[in-house]
Design a protein around this ligand. Structure first.
Ligand SMILES: [Zn+2]
Ligand SMILES: [Zn+2]
Length: 288
């Protein structure tokens, strides 16, 4: 459990997203990831190892660790309340704050209203359609680590089944690459068996997941590097850039070096999601 000194605001919303697009993608993730692991463990692995050995045990433990971190971080990403509803928001509109007519609340700087979640999110980064919730000040740590572990899992899975895949597609040759690009055409025209079609589809899907998570991870690293949200990055706002270490600590908390290992490790953030140190204010004071 998260210890009492770092209790994060939690909500009790349904884990299944209400929006149809988000719900479909969420179910795809929740079903697809365990399916991919079972595929690797029950179909691909016996092809390489006929008997139980230390290597098999290492693969089993590594897979459990990755899957646990994906779903643990994903669960907390959804459970931690990224909105400011559980905070005592001021009744009077402060400087740089805005009034949100939809929430009927005063909204702090960097907070934006999400039309899908229908609430203002503190330091809103973006709405994640694969999980069906917004990423903000209090849950960005879990988003970053969910993507990181899916990315690690995709590298692991794709590289592990590489030989197995090309073994079923007739070796690494231009024809096999074409089968991977359009497995449905290859199957319809009889270039590949039904099982070969399944192998090709899963391998292509693994590569797609790897490319997408690499892109999402790169965006997260850039916004954390410059202390920005995705909105601020698009609009070249660098007013909250405190340097890479402070920016990283602001997202991952004081135990940033441990949070990679276990999603429930408490790690206190220095801020409250309502007040941010504005670097441009400091520069203005210097110039007076
Ligand atoms: Zn709002
Ligand atoms: Zn949202």
């Amino acid at each position: 459990m998260i210890s009492s000194d770092v209790i994060l605001p939690m909500h009790k919303k349904d884990l299944l997203p209400p929006n149809r697009r988000d719900r479909s993608l969420f179910i795809f993730m929740v079903v697809g990831i365990p399916f991919a692991v079972l595929w690797e463990g029950c179909v691909v692995l016996p092809n390489y190892h006929t008997h139980f050995s230390t290597i098999v045990l290492i693969h089993f433990l590594a897979s459990c660790f990755i899957v646990f971190n994906i779903f643990g971080n994903m669960y907390l990403l959804k459970r931690v309340d990224a909105s400011g509803k559980q905070k005592s928001l001021p009744a009077i509109l402060k400087q740089e704050w805005r009034y949100c007519h939809l929430c009927e609340l005063n909204s702090p700087p960097r907070s934006y209203h999400c039309p899908i979640c229908n609430e203002c999110i503190l330091k809103r980064d973006h709405h994640c359609m694969f999980v069906g919730c917004c990423v903000g000040y209090h849950n960005q740590r879990y988003y970053l680590l969910t993507i990181l572990y899916i990315w690690i899992g995709a590298i692991y899975g794709v590289s592990y089944q590489w030989d197995y895949c090309f073994q079923h597609l007739g070796g690494l040759r231009p024809g096999s690459v074409l089968i991977l690009i359009a497995p449905h055409f290859a199957w319809v025209f009889g270039a590949v068996s039904s099982f070969g079609f399944l192998v090709a589809v899963l391998h292509t899907l693994g590569i797609v997941v790897l490319v997408v998570t690499s892109y999402l991870l790169l965006i997260q690293l850039l916004v954390i590097l410059y202390g920005q949200t995705q909105y601020e990055r698009k609009h070249n706002i660098e007013s909250y850039n405190l340097g890479f270490k402070c920016n990283l600590l602001d997202v991952l908390g004081t135990r940033w070096y441990f949070v990679w290992l276990f999603p429930w490790i408490p790690s206190t953030q220095n801020g409250d999601g309502l007040h941010f140190f504005n670097v441009s204010d400091l520069e203005n004071v210097k110039n007076i």
